[in-house]
Design a protein around this ligand. Structure first.
Ligand code: NOJ
Length: 733
């Protein structure tokens, strides 16, 4: 008999329910605190899992109680939200998506896992895989952006990174000079990943956090499920359902999607963890009368661990009495939890994670990595007349705006265990980078206050400057959980500051580069029209300031590409490149076609947009075969040339468009991307691989089909149709 079966035989109902319960230490909370537990609950086996605990000593102290003082000695599973780094923060996930580099996604997850595990943790509630096409939704910042294919690539890299399995992309690791390898889930350097929030949390009604979702079965299959399916294929240990309801069925109780799809169709046999108090919230949703009811619904849907609702411990005994659930159903969930603990090596080495302090060399290397990722997450949205990089001999800069000297804001939405100190502001970093340059600074206004009295003195600093850097945007807490916005422009009085500075600088003919901080695209066409350069700096973590200074001074050429479309106006939302044609696509000569009467259809910046300090041209698109079958593969090649004066890296995207199919297909579907780093004047042929299997889509009956016919292949620097090279191949069934 296995260890798990032996344990199950000996466990009381209370001990079983303890294994199905996760409760918070008071370190960080994201919802109501359920009071009443203490270390005694660990000792008597009625709590089997904890969240939000930090520090190896604390973790070991709790673990010791569980392992050495509880009757059965079952170790605790302890998890924390490690979304973009643990103590060392990397760029927020949306920003990191902009690197379009699977090796980087893997590596930052790997490093975050090592750091979290060194703190004694065994699980992270990440990766966040919700596709978002609505930047009002604050959690856009936590996720992969707008595209399902991109989300899948990120899912695979992150799951493997956290869980310590190898990832194919060796190249970027070599580039980064970080010698990391996979070690597996049982390693003291790995964490169990928990893909979240399953599923379709992104399209919450009107972008409002926690609101209802109602999307079609096709949208689920095409957009919202693929990343989770990819995570399951990559071996993800756990999945967390979303807080939301989907067409009236709360995800926490969604039998069809949790039990039938995840467990049945995908064969997911890992642990399902409810979100924070989500089982209790089934009562507020209006599908459960009481906790026993709520617990029954969640257990029947296949949820194994109840995070913070205490619904299983309080509700399941009642449900058992009422005959609503059986002990066998409870045992199935307990088995899954124990198996995960076993896979994590917790039974055999309960103090393995956190046993060794990390060396200063490891920390220095991690900081180097954080800087490199931050550099590559920055997206140069605009650079008129090559204003950036600043000249190496620049003598006077004015650095203005409320985010110029805002070190702790750089952390972003999931600051995890990171201290508020120790971050580098733009001001601090620029002073280091340009010791001979005079840098004058004024905030002008606060991020979201109404006081405009500082604008005048800030504007005065324009006088005598050779360049002005204007640091504007959101505070870190304006995106992330519970941070939806109904307005996507600059908060507070920042527009007034920006306009005053731009006017004065314009009069003085001084160039202005705007560094924009945000957890989402902002609607800033007025700013884009006036600023000479615009950098999307998102929230880049500990090394934000240094990375920005690296790009602004030209030490590094920017290479990030936006993983999400930037709207011109809030009314365009949801806006994304994978739209369908419709029967009346826009035609300027025909009034009765799809458009706004007061705004363009086009976004401010399309998906994939991002400039460099080079200037690239693409030519000579060709394919290795003009016919592709479902099991076949073709190579798509294009020549990339750097016609600019500086070394830079170009990203090349591969899209397809199936013009005639049984179901209308999106105008562009992302199928791949690659990069070329080139010296001035150099060119290179890049190859993108396209397989027939990638071209399956949910047919009329929603089952995957591969349909014969013509397929357009489109290759280029972003999802702007006008900038893509195209050719056509035949698909043969
Ligand atoms: C609520 C959030 O929705 C989820 O993403 C997070 O993992 C949990 N709180 C735990 O902090």
């Amino acid at each position: 008999m296995s260890r798990i079966e032996r344990l199950l035989e000996r466990m009381t109902l209370a001990e079983k329910l303890g294994q199905l319960t996760m409760t918070a230490s008071s370190y960080a909370v994201t919802g109501p605190v359920i009071a009443g537990d203490s270390t005694d609950s660990i000792r008597n086996g009625t709590i089997g899992n904890l969240l939000n605990m930090v520090g190896a000593e604390h973790v070991h102290e709790m673990q010791r109680i569980a392992v050495e003082q509880s009757r059965l000695g079952i170790p605790l599973l302890i998890g924390l939200d490690i979304l973009h780094g643990h103590r060392m923060l990397f760029p927020i996930p949306l920003a990191e998506a902009a690197t379009f580099d699977p090796g980087t996604w893997w590596l930052s997850a790997r490093e975050a896992a090592r750091e979290g595990a060194a703190d004694g943790l065994a699980m992270t509630f990440a990766p966040m895989l919700d596709v978002s096409r609505d930047p009002r939704w604050g959690r856009t910042a936590e996720g992969p952006g707008e595209d399902p294919w991109l989300a899948q690539a990120i899912a695979v890299a992150k799951v493997r990174g956290f869980q310590g399995t190898e990832h194919a992309s060796e190249q970027s690791r070599a580039d980064l000079d970080v010698r990391q390898s996979g070690t597996g889930l049982a390693s003291p350097e790995s964490l169990a990943a928990c893909a979240k929030h399953f599923c379709a949390y992104g399209p919450v009604t009107a972008g409002r956090e926690y609101a209802s979702v109602d999307v079609s079965e096709r949208a689920l299959r095409e957009v919202h499920l693929p990343a989770f399916a990819a995570a399951v294929r990559a071996g993800v240990a756990a999945i967390m359902p979303a807080f939301t309801d989907l067409a009236g069925v709360p995800m926490t109780a969604h039998i069809r999607l949790l039990r039938d799809y995840l467990r049945g169709e995908l064969g997911f046999d890992g642990v399902l963890i409810s979100d924070y108090n989500a089982i209790g919230e089934l009562i507020k949703h209006g599908v459960a009368a009481d906790l026993a009811d709520a617990a029954t619904l969640a257990l029947k849907a296949g949820i194994d661990i109840d995070m913070m609702a205490d619904a299983y411990r309080r509700g399941l005994p009642v449900a058992l009495e009422r005959g609503r659930v059986s002990i066998e159903e409870i045992d199935i969930a307990v088995r899954r939890v124990l198996r995960l603990k076993e896979q994590l090596g917790l039974f055999d080495a309960p103090y393995g994670r956190g046993a060794r302090r990390e060396t200063s060399e490891t920390l220095a290397q991690r900081r180097k990595l954080a800087r490199s990722i931050a550099q590559r997450s920055i997206v140069l949205l605009q650079n008129d007349g090559g204003v950036l990089p600043l000249s190496a001999s620049i003598r006077r800069i004015s650095l203005l705006g409320p985010l110029a000297d805002a070190a702790s804001e750089m952390r972003g939405c999931w600051a995890a265990a990171c201290e508020a100190e120790g971050h580098v502001s733009v001001l601090g970093a620029l002073r280091n980078a340009l010791p001979r340059t005079q840098i004058r600074h004024a905030a002008g206004v606060s991020i979201d206050g109404e006081d405009q009295s500082g604008i005048e003195s800030a504007v005065e600093l324009c006088e005598g400057a050779e360049a002005i850097l204007l640091c504007l945007g959101e505070a870190a807490t304006m995106s992330g959980e519970a941070a939806s916005r109904a307005h996507l422009d600059l908060p507070g009085r920042q527009r007034a500051l920006a306009e005053a500075v731009l006017n004065r600088a314009g009069g003085l003919r001084i160039p202005v580069a705007v560094i924009l901080f945000s957890g989402r695209p902002l609607t800033i066409p007025w700013l884009a029209g006036k600023a000479n350069a615009l950098l999307a700096a998102w929230f880049l973590g500990n090394e934000a300031g240094n990375a920005i200074a690296d790009v602004v001074t030209g030490r590094v050429s920017p290479s990030g590409r936006t993983p999400i479309t930037w709207p011109r106006a809030l009314g365009q939302v949801p806006i994304f490149f994978g739209q369908r044609s419709g029967g009346r696509p826009f035609n300027p000569e025909d009034h009765y076609t799809s458009k706004y009467i007061d705004e363009l259809n086009e976004p401010l910046y399309p998906f994939g947009h991002g400039l460099t300090y080079g200037r690239f041209s693409l030519s000579n698109l060709r394919v290795s075969a003009s016919v592709l079958g479902e099991d076949g593969v073709i190579d798509v090649q294009v020549d990339v040339k750097n016609e600019g004066a500086r070394r830079a890296q170009e990203t090349v995207f591969l899209f397809t468009h199936d013009k005639l199919a049984s179901v209308t297909r999106p105008l562009l579907e992302l199928k791949g991307f690659t990069k070329a780093a080139l010296e001035p004047g150099a060119s290179q042929t890049v190859t993108l691989r396209l397989s027939g299997a990638q071209l399956r889509f949910p047919g009329l009956d929603l089952e995957p089909v591969f349909e014969a016919g013509e397929l357009e292949i489109l290759v280029g620097p972003c999802a702007d149709r006008a900038r893509l090279l195209g050719t056509t191949i035949m698909l043969r069934g």
